[in-house]
Design a protein around this ligand. Sequence first.
Ligand code: TRP
Length: 362
Amino acid sequence: MGKIILTGDRPTGKLHVGHYVGSLRRRVQLQNAGDYDKMFVFMADVQALTDNADNPEKIRQNIVEVALDYLAAGLDPDKCTLFIQSQIPELSELTTYLMNLVTVSRLQRNPTVKTEIKMRNFEANIPVGFFCYPVSQAADITLFKATTVPAGDDQEPMLEQTRELVHRFNTTYGNVLVEPNILLPQNKASMRLPGTDGKAKMSKSLGNCIYLSDTADEVWRKIKTMFTDPDHLRVEDPGKIEGNTVFTYLDAFSCDEDFAEFWPEYKNLDELKAHYRKGGLGDVKCKKFLNSVLNKELEPMRQRRHEFAQDIPEIFNILKKGTEKARETAAQTMDEVRRAMKIDYFNDTALIQQQVEKFKES
Ligand code: TRP
């Protein structure tokens, strides 16, 4: 059994820096380190439709945006299979069977689903497809026998539910599926990057995102208005680091080399934080540093995005080829699943013989 990475994103909008530090950056590192046997990254359009059923055009438009973000960030279709969820019918098939192995009350207890139901004001009107998306996500992961899922900690409940389903499946039908592990971001700030307003998570509806595809001007405009310490009114005042979005972003993005390159007065982030706490350091200086750090990371991506965007038919070609490749693995696992579940009627000569015997006497 090899080590297999799988992860994906809902194509509901362009990817932002929260996606990047939460998972995308790590995926590129893992891809380039090359110590995994297979790697799959996909656009979860089926999952996106579970709460956007009436807006398929939005999902359709964002397929290419997300593909461009992937390629710009450095995912390489030669090393990593990029595919579109809806084009793998085996995923729906496996979802159907996994649904028999989980109860309604267990799904109701999934904390991520609970939060999302509140966020979307679904209350009593929860679409069944949305309610069941953790099962569909378990199918995404297990159909490819993924061992490792790089994702933010909001995905932990999904992984837990997946492991339970794998356990139920394997004890009921025999060992076919593989229990996956989540691979969380390396530091806490990257786990759940707040929006530029300092609030909760970045989300398009809150208008607090920095997109990977934002221009340098747009990024600076957003950083300029970023939430800091509201009590840090004068430069001389001592400042607070906790809850200060600029420092949370620096935690997620900056490294010692950035100081050497852009702000050699400080050796590292700890020194900068100490000065800010003591007082005598203005927000604008910190914001300018953050801007340099972010742009150093984003500029090469902007350029690559621009280059890839010159040949859009090739993007579709990459996704089509990736989808075909993913389907090979999908078909193989589904064969095993059908055999284990005793629904492989036409491939089982022993079954035919057994039925012949059974009906001989009567
Ligand atoms: N739920 C994930 C998100 O909201 C997207 C997703 C769908 C996913 N299927 C997955 C992530 C499988 C990891 C593995 O971003």
